[in-house]
Design a protein. Structure first.
Length: 369
């Protein structure tokens, strides 16, 4: 789990700012103070890996965010020679892994930032151990000099080598954090109701897309819609314990009624119809209401996310009645109990209070919020 983000010289943050994270995280407050900026650091890492797994560049415009040029993201109050810095701290068993990235301007491409330096440190029993980062066949490794490693994180050690008579261990980053690719992201700018949706090829990392544009595709895939959800996410025990069955159940809970019907009408088109009542009839999404289409990507993302992944949701309250807002907050709290780290950006007191109620009802531990 990601336990801390540090940012320096990035957009509104000139000096280093450190943001602690837990299982469920709510970013709220007045506009223009950096809530989205913190999330964008994660999303930049995500889309850069989508562009190329072995890239040494930060891709500033992609599937998650479009931030313009390097000059748009560099803090204007600091010296142009100072790099943008990202720090990510992960819990790894009983230890912590700190990864520090330094980005500088790419003189040949102002729509990207070059990775000029990357430092890693393993923190074990409070001791920070300097390390060297290697890159081999597109995979990042960190070498830690002769250190006793707790048994709880021994599984992360994949090999040992002799060098200059000194034992070293190699930690493989591929099977441990940072795994920025596995971030589900639902932006504030969702596509809303549509009469039909173009069919898309299946992604290596199934997700609904930043705007919810692949939600209907996810629900149309036999393997994905029939995927069994964990018990903590079962809202209606009488409904099928599948992604599609519990999507309907959560829609029914949040909106006091809900039904989904998905059809592949030809090779390239998916049609989704909804119902806001507990009857068999279904209608075009435009005739049901914007709230359903705005909440649906959040629900599907939460149900398909698996342990160790992250779900980022912006403005889950959009187009929702206060009753629905509080229940979608409860849903996100339950998603976190499934081992998914949840990050929410919201201006709604109903989302805030919904999380407080989740603590009160012991759905969520106060220490995890």
């Amino acid at each position: 789990m990601l336990t801390e983000i540090g940012l320096q010289n990035f957009k509104c943050f000139g000096d280093m700012v450190r943001v602690p994270l837990k299982g469920v995280n709510l970013f709220t407050g007045i506009n223009g103070r950096g809530k989205s900026t913190v999330l964008q650091a994660l999303l930049l890492m995500r889309q850069s890996l989508e562009y190329s797994r072995v890239t040494t560049q930060l891709t500033l415009n992609g599937s998650s965010v479009e931030l313009g040029s390097f000059s748009d993201i560099k803090n204007s109050a600091t010296s142009p020679s100072l790099p943008i810095q990202f720090i990510f701290v992960f819990a790894v068993g009983d230890a912590s892994l700190k990864v520090h990235y330094y980005f500088k301007e790419n003189p040949e491409d102002d729509l990207a930032a070059d990775l000029s330096r990357m430092d890693t440190r393993m923190i074990i029993n409070g001791e920070s151990l300097g390390s060297t980062t290697l890159k081999r066949e597109g995979r990042y490794f960190v070498i830690i000099d002769g250190v006793e490693v707790p048994a709880s994180i021994e599984k992360f050690m994949i090999s040992r080598i002799e060098e200059s008579g000194k034992m070293k261990r190699i930690v493989d980053f591929l099977d441990t954090p940072p795994d920025f690719e596995k971030i589900h992201y639902v932006s504030a700018n969702r596509i809303g109701p549509r009469d039909f949706y173009p069919r898309q090829s299946t992604f290596e990392f199934p997700n609904v897309g930043a705007r919810g544009e692949y939600t209907a595709n996810i629900l149309s895939l036999s393997k994905k819609k029939q995927q069994t959800v964990t018990e903590i996410l079962v809202e209606d025990d009488s409904a099928p314990h599948t992604v599609l069955g519990q999507t309907e159940a959560w829609l029914g809970k949040i909106f006091n009624g809900g039904k989904i019907e998905i059809k592949n009408v030809d090779a390239n088109i998916v049609v989704m119809q909804l119902n806001s009542e507990r009857t068999a009839s279904v209608y075009k999404p435009l005739n049901v209401g914007f709230g359903y289409s705005y909440a649906l990507p959040i629900i599907v993302s939460g149900l398909i996310a698996t342990k160790g992944e992250m779900l980022i949701v912006e403005n889950p309250e959009a187009h929702l009645h206060p009753y629905a807002q509080s229940h979608i907050a409860r849903f996100l709290a339950q998603v976190s109990k499934n081992g998914v780290q949840v990050v929410i950006e919201s201006h709604s007191d109903h989302i805030l209070n919904g999380l407080r109620v989740a603590v009160n009802k012991q759905i969520l531990d106060a220490e995890d919020l």
